[in-house]
Design a binder for this molecule. Structure first.
Ligand code: JHZ
Length: 394
């Protein structure tokens, strides 16, 4: 019998994309962020999903091309796909601002993006973009108006879609018999290792293990044939699927190695999640201690990168504008606004001001890129505060 077991309660949280116009808004929406483990599929998910229309709207702030690291990663992948698979058609689910799909201009390249402000960007770039949610009915419409696809790609999107069975069936429906589907999302094994509980928020309905993906996609007749471990977004997996009926593509050995490794770390065992929960509570206590100590000394502290992830940390640990003076961020759509739930002002990044000695690393997933950029700050004794893999000042 399937059991959905609670293992962590992260408290009340706002919509992470709801960057506020006013510091003290009326009627801000909050929901309970609780995590569960499905004993049958081994899926780890939020207990209650937030309505997609509340999260993905025409004010969507995240721009996938905001980081150099990501721009490079997408252009490198596009090159590899062109060389290795020579596709005549590519579909991207969750095309954001076109950072990936724009590399396929000479062939049929189509985007799906429910955030209308983003879909407008890629439509203006002459990439046909459907501004709707990925469903079976949308898949049927796209196939009817175009054709079946050689490659379907989706980065940091499938984990945002609630109905996984329909999602994968719709992928199968849109794929050529010899086509491939590539999905890229944060890795559950990395979340457990790094105690990066901030990978859970309203949008991240799921954090996938390979084990769970295998169990779920089987129902849609999709089969994993290759996996690449990525450093991006705090540790992700790029998972390649083919149709079960396609015997031309070989299943690489790394697939069984990943599954074996997940078994070794106990990804199928409830106890592992109970331990994770204890560690997360410990992490919260330690992080609050660090902030309280610095604040007692009268230190101004800023946030570096107003990420969606950091919304989970700040709201879970009650770190509001009394602890963090302001955030610096390079994304124009976030600048001039306030962080959801914790109401911290977000200012335009223009270097770290000289009076600042401590910066909370909201964008810890870009640590290497940021440390390179902030050599001057580090040289003058500036320190970053990070909660990953455990709270510390670095
Ligand atoms: P970023 C978003 O998550 C949301 P976030 C989404 N749900 C998802 O799944 C992942 O992306 C993939 C800033 N920054 O994208 C820019 C600087 O200011 O890593 C961004 O606001 N200076 C779709 O928001 C933020 O940090 C810098 O030098 O958790 C990064 O956000 C750099 C490198 C970034 O993750």
């Amino acid at each position: 019998m399937t059991k959905k077991i609670n293992f962590l309660d992260l408290g009340k949280h706002p919509i992470t994309n709801n960057f506020l116009e006013l510091q003290n808004p009326k009627n801000e929406f909050f929901y309970n962020l609780k995590l569960i483990f499905n004993s049958e599929t081994k899926l780890v998910s939020l207990k209650k999903f937030v309505s997609p229309k509340k999260m993905f709207n025409d004010k969507y702030a995240h721009r996938a091309s905001a980081s150099k690291t990501m721009c490079l990663a997408y252009s490198k992948l596009a090159k590899t796909i062109k060389k290795k698979y020579k596709p005549k058609s590519v579909l991207e689910i969750g095309s954001n601002d076109g950072v990936f799909i724009k590399h396929f201009k000479k062939i049929t390249n189509i985007g799906v993006e429910p955030c209308k402000n983003l879909a407008r960007i890629t439509n203006r770039m002459k990439i046909k973009t459907y501004d709707d949610f990925w469903t079976m009915s949308l898949s049927k419409k796209i196939v009817k108006q175009n054709k079946l696809f050689d490659v379907i790609y989706s980065a940091n999107t499938i984990s945002h879609i609630h109905n996984l069975n329909e999602t994968f069936k719709a992928v199968h429906n849109s794929l050529n018999d010899n086509g491939i589907f590539i999905l890229e999302d944060p890795s559950l094994a990395e979340v457990l290792k790094n105690k990066s509980y901030d990978q859970f928020y309203d949008e991240h309905a799921y954090v996938f293990s390979i084990t769970a993906l295998k169990n779920i996609t089987k129902k849609a007749s999709l089969q994993i044939f290759n996996i690449e471990k990525l450093k991006t977004h705090g540790g992700s997996n790029r998972v390649y699927f083919k149709k079960f009926t396609n015997s031309k593509i070989k299943i690489l050995e790394n697939v069984s190695n990943h599954l074996k490794n997940e078994k070794k770390i106990g990804i199928h065992k409830l106890q592992v999640y109970k331990n994770f929960s204890k560690n997360v509570q410990k992490s919260k206590r330690k992080l609050i201690k660090i902030f309280t100590k610095l604040k007692k000394r009268g230190e101004p502290i800023i946030g570096y990168g107003a990420t969606y992830k950091s919304s989970t940390v700040l709201n879970y640990c009650n770190l509001n504008h009394k602890f963090i003076d302001y955030f610096l961020d390079t994304t124009p759509t976030k600048v001039g606004k306030f962080t959801p739930g914790t109401h911290i002002p977000i200012l335009k990044y223009n270097g770290i001001p000289n009076n600042i000695r401590f910066a909370f690393l909201g964008a810890w997933n870009f640590k290497e890129e940021i440390f390179k950029k902030e050599k001057k700050f580090i040289k003058r004794g500036g320190k970053f505060i990070s909660h990953v893999p455990y709270p510390k000042v670095i």
